[in-house]
Design a protein around this ligand. Structure first.
Ligand SMILES: Nc1ncnc2c1ncn2[C@@H]1O[C@H](COP(=O)(O)OP(=O)(O)OP(=O)(O)O)[C@@H](O)[C@H]1O
Length: 390
């Protein structure tokens, strides 16, 4: 089993001569918050991200999953340089973002965009839709007022909103429509890579499917790369090509979506997926969902951060931090004993039927996928005022 190189890639040669270079590569990313002296005492040091090395391939959808507080949003924001790392580098299309001048970074900002979780909080209530969407175009520079107006109209159509909605204000829209405005704002600067930070979790389930489908459609049409931070494993399975599983500031497993859902290797991934046993092969292995809470990132356990909750923990896990190790098929796992755990779990049982709730959600996605062509033609002619149907 070949170990990873410093930048989180498999050793040179494994990628193959024809594989395109990643659009983004992170190496040794660390982000600590706090730890500053305040009057009489020091604020606690929060170790949000601890030495993550990974890459994002051009045109893929990479999902980042994990329990609340494990550092998903922080990692996402570090990758698009919305946050400055405490240590480590992000190389975007061959350029180290840490070495750019503020001016160079501002010019590059349009290529790296974000869609926020909460469409109610993330839009300025005092700005019209037209102002919200045209601001990034204006910031990019080089366009006249008329060109900006035309581009706003085009982008609104692209995200399924009517051009006459441009003069309205965010409070006049439904949740799904507001998230479409958030998507329009992200698209306005012609991005190459978009971070979706829980882009659908604040929305009603039926609206979630619309936004998921919109993002997928835009990704294909505009050749975007997506990083999706989310905790909804059904949405992740539907949307992503690869999944990075995080635990307490570290990536513990990284694999293609099908591989990960069919046979998770890390005990944390297994336990995470056991919360939706019918949706994954972990149902075959009677793995229990996780007990207890994630330890505090201000005082993380030594060695493997997961050992305090891991059913397979051995003394070594308390002593040494496991490295992300390359496994066949481009998958990576950070566990000292993944081979033993995988071998012990080779007693497959039939997969249980999906729960009624999961079945409903999967059916909804399928229906929305099937209705996409119809929806698109509907949007361009007589778009709906409210996001009520697929
Ligand atoms: N600006 C900040 N100052 C101090 N601590 C922070 C800050 N931002 C995040 N943290 C802490 O860093 C840790 C990781 O936070 P982060 O938001 O990245 O987690 P997450 O996995 O995205 O959580 P959630 O799913 O709940 O959004 C948490 O303990 C959080 O409290």
């Amino acid at each position: 089993m070949a170990p990873l190189t410093q930048n989180g890639q498999a050793p040179t040669g494994r990628r193959g001569p024809t594989a395109p270079p990643p659009i983004l590569e992170a190496s040794g990313l660390v982000k600590h918050f706090g730890g500053k002296r305040m009057l009489l005492k020091r604020s606690p040091l929060v170790r949000a991200v601890n030495g993550i090395s990974m890459s994002v391939k051009e045109g893929e959808t990479l999902a980042v999953v994990g329990e609340s507080g494990c550092g998903k949003s922080t990692l996402g924001r570090l990758l698009i340089r919305l946050l400055e790392p405490s240590a480590g580098d992000v190389i975007y299309r061959g350029r180290n973002l840490g070495n750019l001048t503020p001016d160079e970074l501002r010019r590059l900002r349009g290529e790296l965009q974000i869609i926020f979780q909460d469409p109610f909080a993330s839009l300025n209530p005092r700005m019209s839709v037209s102002d919200i969407v045209s601001e990034p175009i204006w910031l990019k520079g080089g366009s006249s007022r008329g060109e900006r107006r035309d581009k706003v109209v085009e982008i609104l159509r692209t995200v399924g909103l009517r051009p006459d909605m441009a003069s309205r204000y965010p409070h006049e829209f439904s949740g799904g429509q507001r998230q479409r405005i958030g998507v329009a704002r992200a698209l306005a600067s012609d991005p190459r890579l978009i971070l979706g930070d829980e882009p659908v979790s604040a929305l009603d389930v039926s609206i979630q499917a619309q936004i998921v489908n919109l993002l997928e459609e835009l990704k294909e049409r505009l050749k975007l790369t997506l990083i999706i931070v989310a905790h909804d494993l059904a949405v992740i399975r539907h949307m992503s090509d690869r999944v990075a599983v995080m635990y307490l500031g570290e990536v513990v497993e990284l694999a293609t979506t099908d591989t990960l859902y069919d046979a998770p290797l890390h005990p944390y991934t297994q336990a995470l997926f056991a919360a939706i046993p019918q949706a994954s092969a972990v149902a075959r292995h009677s793995i229990k969902p996780l007990d207890g809470d994630v330890p505090s990132p201000t005082n993380p356990p030594s060695g493997c951060k997961f050992h305090t909750r891991c059913p397979h923990a051995k003394p070594l896990c308390n002593e040494a931090r496991p490295q992300l190790e390359a496994v066949e098929g481009g998958r990576r796992v950070a566990c000292h004993f993944w081979r033993e755990i995988a071998a012990a779990g080779s007693d497959p049982r039939p997969i249980a039927r999906p729960s009624a709730r999961l079945e409903k959600r999967l059916a909804l996605y399928t229906a929305c996928q099937a209705g996409r062509a119809e929806l698109l033609s509907h949007r361009s002619s007589t778009p709906t005022a409210k996001d009520q149907t697929c």
